[in-house]
Structure formats: C-alpha cells, structure tokens
Write a protein that binds this ligand. Sequence first.
Ligand SMILES: *Cc1c(COP(=O)(O)O)cnc(C)c1O
Length: 456
Amino acid sequence: MNEQTKYVLDEAHLPEAWYNINADMPVPPQPVLNPQTLEPVTPEFLNVLFPMNLIGQEVSPDRWIEIPEPVREVYKLWRPTPLFRARRLELVLDTPAHIYYKYEGVSPVGSHKPNTAVPQAFYNKEAGTQALTTETGAGQWGSALAMACNFFDIDLEVYMVKVSYQQKPYRRVIMETYGAEVFPSPTEKTAVGRQILAQDANSPGSLGIAISEAVEVAATSGGTKKYSLGSVLNHVLLHQTVIGLEALDQMEMADEYPDMVIGCTGGGSNFAGLAYPFLHQNFTNGKSTRVIAVEPTSCPTLTRGHYTFDYGDTAGMAPIVKMHTLGRNFVPAGIHAGGLRYHGMSPSLSALVHNGDIEAQAVNQLATFEAAIQFAKAEGIVAAPESAHAIRVAIDEALHCKEAGDKKVILFNLSGHGHFDMGAYNDFLQGKLQDYEYPAEAVEAAMAQLPEIELA
Ligand SMILES: *Cc1c(COP(=O)(O)O)cnc(C)c1O
C-alpha cells in the first residue's frame, strides 16, 4: 500500500480528449424540444443561442472529443488538479474505509466551473461570437465565464440572481475585475424581468428567471450575442470529464479503485465530471462502482422531482428536455448552497438515475454544515457549501464502513472552496441556520404547469 497523501499528475498527463457519455448511454437519449412548437428542435433554433461547434458536441455520438490546444494551454494554469487521500479525516472517523477527494478548488476562481467556461469561450470565439450572456446563482459560474471570456477576448453580460447579488457582493467584484457587466436579476432590461417585477417588485430572483433573461437578451440580439450555460447540457458535462479522467490515473497511482464515487448535484456538471469516466468503466470494463448523486432536501430534484419533459427556464423560452424537475416555477428557500438550487437536472444524469445506474440521496442543511466543519478541522480546507453535500455522504458511507468493518474505497468530488461563503459559515456557527424540506405538495402542484408533450 502506497502511503502518500497527495497524488499529483504533471502537465504532460492532462487529458487529450473529453469523454462523451452519449456513446455509452444504456438508454437512448430523449429529443430536445422547441418550447414554442413542442417539436424536436432544429439546429437552426439552437443556433440562435449557441454556436454550431458546441451544438455539434451537444448531439455528438463520438466517445472521445479532442481538447483543442488553446484550451489545454489555459487548463494548465491549474490542471491537473490534485487528488488527496483524506488520511486525517479517516483517523477522526476511525473508519477502515479509505477516503479520497479530487480537489477542484485550486482553479483561479475556486471551483470546477472554468473546465467548461474556457472551452465555451474558445468555441464561441472560433465561431465569431462577439458577446456572451449568462446567468449566475452564487456567482461561481459567472466568475468562471468572466475569466474565460477575458482570456478569449469576448464581452460578457451576467444576470445574477438578486438575492445572491445582495448576499455575495465580492463575487460580483471578481466578475467585474475580469471585465464582465453584472446585473441583479430580475432586471428592467428584459420583457421577462419587467413582467416578474410587475407581479412582485421585491422578487428575490431565481436561477430559472435569470436564465430566461440571459436567453432573451441573446435571442433578441440579432446574432451578435450568444448564450452560455454553466451546467445541465451535454457539452458542459463532457467538458467536465477532465476531472474523472485525471482521477482514474491518480487512483491508479494510489494503487486503488473506488467502490463508491460521490458528488453533489445542482445541474449535474461537477458530479458528471468525476463520475462519468467511472461509469464508462462500469459500462465497458466490468467495474461495479456505486455512483451517488447528492442534493439538498430543500431542492430535491432527483429524489422527489418527476422524470418528465419540462422547460429549462421559468419563462418557457429555453428548450424543453426530459429530466427530473420540481417545476419551472420553483422558487427555492434561501438556503446557502446557492449552486444547488436549479429546478431541473441534466437529461443524461436524470436518465441514468431513472435507469438505476446512479443512486440519488438528499441531505439536510445542518448535517451538511456539520460535515463541512468536521472536514475543515481534519483536512484544513473550508469547502463550498455545495461540495459539503458530497462530504456529508462520504462521511456517512465511511461511518457505515466502520459499523460493518468494511474497508471500502470512497472517492468524492470537492468541487470548490468556500472562501466566498463565510456568511453561510457564520450563520451556521451562530446557530442561525435551519433545515428545510421542500414540501411534497408543492412538487405535485408544480406538475400542473408542465408542457403537454405527445411524441410520435
Ligand atoms: C455551481 C457549483 C456546483 C453545482 O453545479 P453542478 O453543475 O451540479 O456541478 C457545485 N459545487 C460548486 C463549487 C459550484 O460552484
């Protein structure tokens, strides 16, 4: 047994291609639908929002997609990222399990999100896009895309959920440092924003609303602006697979293979980034790793949502996809894991959960922060509240191993650090946080607003 704590790959081992799970899906993908016609979308429709090169990746059947050299050059600023064995946490838990984590918090903006922001900016630049629009919740995605757009010389407008804009002013300053323009959503700039403000002048905003605004601005720009999404879509998830591809090599350096792979899920991108390359091993190489997606009980998309066709945004302007959903009008409780508050989920991840290839668990906010504090004290890293959901389940599984005397190997994704979430940690430490379970009745009520889809 190898006694190392940290497994570091050199730049020469940066992956040369992303893994595309489309090639190995055990169930066929469902069509993406046009929100106006309710018919399968055409490339021309998607091209209003996205450049053709990214649309090509969205529907590509190819298992491997080469990473362009200029993208690899930028990746080298922080990749490959380290894989740690959490030896000190194992000691505290007194567990026979071996716990590993892949740490994405070493990127310049502190999360996994630049893994897709950089290629999205690159492909848009190649396609001649002058400006991008996007939404951001907690500001993690906005800051990643702001950095990437700066590197590839593209303008950026960010629609930031108003409650986060107010709670996290420093994230806005990071985006502005890279040169982006940031607006608190809902704004008066769009028809959607004006309509929502007319109903509720104090609307705290939501990711669904901010997406509608960013989509509207791009769709009505006459082609100069495109829209960029930080999660959910297939091309986003596949860009993130550098995480799992590196982790496969690093687990080999450690001379172990994970029995469990765990990640938190907002739209599914950091989870898929780590887990899909291991699912590839399950599907094609006889492995049987348990793959566990973790979400908050306050936004229980996978554990309580319905698997059905729904709009990607609140206003019904974004494409309709088949996914787990809480309904497009979902307005989350003001919990502190801002990145985990989207009403829907990536279609491939939803299909894999539905098919039984991936397990899903929901955890409470207080138990999640308890895990984050235990992890910070043992390993030194103050995790993003989103990532702490994965820590919670990794600790729970390690404790099950202790009871059972089981020497399992657990790997989880530490998707980011929590240095901009001190308000949340402060609230927890002062006993001001509460658990919140999204009511089952609210899920049922929301299902009345689903689009009525009849596919041939
Ligand atoms: C955005 C974010 C998430 C949630 O988004 P996914 O697409 O599900 O990964 C999780 N962790 C961190 C640190 C984030 O910034």
